[in-house]
Every structure is written in structure tokens, then in C-alpha cells.
Design a protein around this ligand. Structure first.
Ligand SMILES: [Zn+2]
Length: 63
């Protein structure tokens, strides 16, 4: 989700510009709602590899 077009109710400017404290608070809150925003691609790939290995291990044990 993007907040580029979100307009602030306080100053009527785009929230992404952070012109007033309300804008900045909303911007921080929206950024925190995406837990993957702070992760870099290598971390995601590593997590995915661990997940695939765990699933493969479980499938091997039950089969
Ligand atoms: Zn504002």
C-alpha cells in the first residue's frame, strides 16, 4: 500500500511531504504498518530459504 496520494486532514498537503506534525505522525504510522518495509531483499530470501527447508524436512519425515 502506498500513502503517496494520502492528503492530510490538518494541512491539506500530501502526507508524504510531512509538512506538519500530523503528516509526520501519519507517515510514521503507515510505514510501521508494513513489517517488511525495513527488511532488505537478502533477509527475505534467507527467510524464504529457511521456510522451504523446513517444509521439505517435514514432508520428508511424514512421507
Ligand atoms: Zn499535515
Amino acid at each position: 500500500m502506498t500513502y503517496d496520494r494520502l492528503v492530510c486532514a490538518n494541512c491539506a498537503a500530501p502526507v508524504s511531504e510531512g509538512r506538519c506534525p500530523v503528516c509526520r505522525a501519519n507517515r510514521e504510522r503507515l510505514q510501521q504498518e508494513n513489517p517488511f518495509a525495513g527488511l532488505n531483499p537478502m533477509t527475505l530470501i534467507a527467510l524464504l530459504a529457511i521456510l522451504i527447508a523446513a517444509v521439505a524436512l517435514l514432508a520428508h519425515q511424514t512421507a
